[in-house]
Design a protein around this ligand. Structure first.
Ligand code: DGL
Length: 277
């Protein structure tokens, strides 16, 4: 048993898709969330910059009493790969392996599509993770750079004509290959899941990387006997590098009805100094 919090971070709000699932699966856990909304997007940046930001995010999370750190960001998870991280002794997971494992277990025709940010697709990390589990599977990837701005600007309705057009543009090459499974390799994309699912058709299984990492975390903590024994509901504490008010306003689209916790602003200088200590 361990009553420390679960630390979750993302370049912005996308990681809240993981928090929503954690709250559903293990409502008695406390969660510390950091969203780097002042520096989003990560997905258009270089490998070096993404690594630098990710290390600062991890160091900031480590300043709290956490028992597990989750990189609920497809970009960070892909660029870091499955190697060593600065999390030290604290268990760490990204979204890569959880999403790849689920995709490999559900595909029937052995064709998996992966969509993500430019950095995620460029890294080839999903392909590597999937072929590490099932070498015979073919992986068709495409980057969807306009999806994050669409989500952040509220173009999220299933029938939004702009979103439908962009979805078709990015997903046509993947659909043409006849995939039966599609990984939403960026944690922002579940917010436009309906538009994506409508275009791909009902025979294609859609996998949300944020949800998968939450399920993975639950099993990991259970396996290590590190789940909380708290009887009452846990609390979420959010940190953001941009306005706390804006975070609160936009977070509801990701979390549904309530934030269940307070939002605090963290300066970028505080992040940098956390990483330099
Ligand atoms: N949530 C981030 C991811 O999963 C996408 C946004 C970004 O480009 O930083 O990749």
């Amino acid at each position: 048993m361990n009553n420390s919090a679960i630390g979750v971070f993302d370049s912005g709000l996308g990681g809240l898709t993981c928090v929503k699932e954690l709250n559903k699966l293990i409502p008695n856990e406390n969660i510390i969330y950091f969203g780097d909304t002042a520096r989003i997007p990560y997905g258009t940046r270089s490998r070096e910059t993404i690594m630098e930001y990710a290390c600062q995010d991890i160091e900031f999370i480590k300043k709290h009493d956490v028992k597990l750190i989750i990189a609920a960001c497809g970009t960070v998870s892909s660029v870091m790969g499955m190697g060593k991280t600065s999390a030290g002794d604290i268990p760490f997971t990204g979204v890569l392996l959880p999403a790849a494992q689920t995709a490999c277990s559900v595909t029937r025709n052995g064709k998996i599509g992966v969509i993500g940010t430019a950095a995620t697709i460029r890294s080839g990390a999903y392909g590597k993770a999937i072929r590490g589990i099932r070498p015979e599977v073919s992986v068709i990837g495409n980057s969807c750079p306009l999806f994050v701005p669409l989500v952040e600007n509220g173009f999220t309705e299933r029938d939004n004509p702009v979103t439908k057009l962009v979805v078709e543009q990015y997903l046509a090459p993947i659909k043409k290959e006849g995939v039966d499974t599609l990984i939403l390799g960026c944690t922002h994309y579940p917010i436009i899941r309906d538009a994506i699912a409508d275009y791909m058709g009902e025979k294609v299984t859609i996998i949300s990387s944020g949800e998968e990492v939450a399920k993975f975390a639950f099993k990991l903590l259970m396996g290590k006997d590190m789940l909380s024994n708290r009887e009452e509901q846990g609390t979420n504490t959010y940190y953001t590098s941009d306005s706390a008010e804006l975070f609160e306003e936009n977070a509801l689209a990701f979390l549904g009805n309530s934030l269940n916790g307070e939002v605090h602003k963290v300066g970028i200088d505080e992040l940098i100094s956390a990483a330099n200590q």
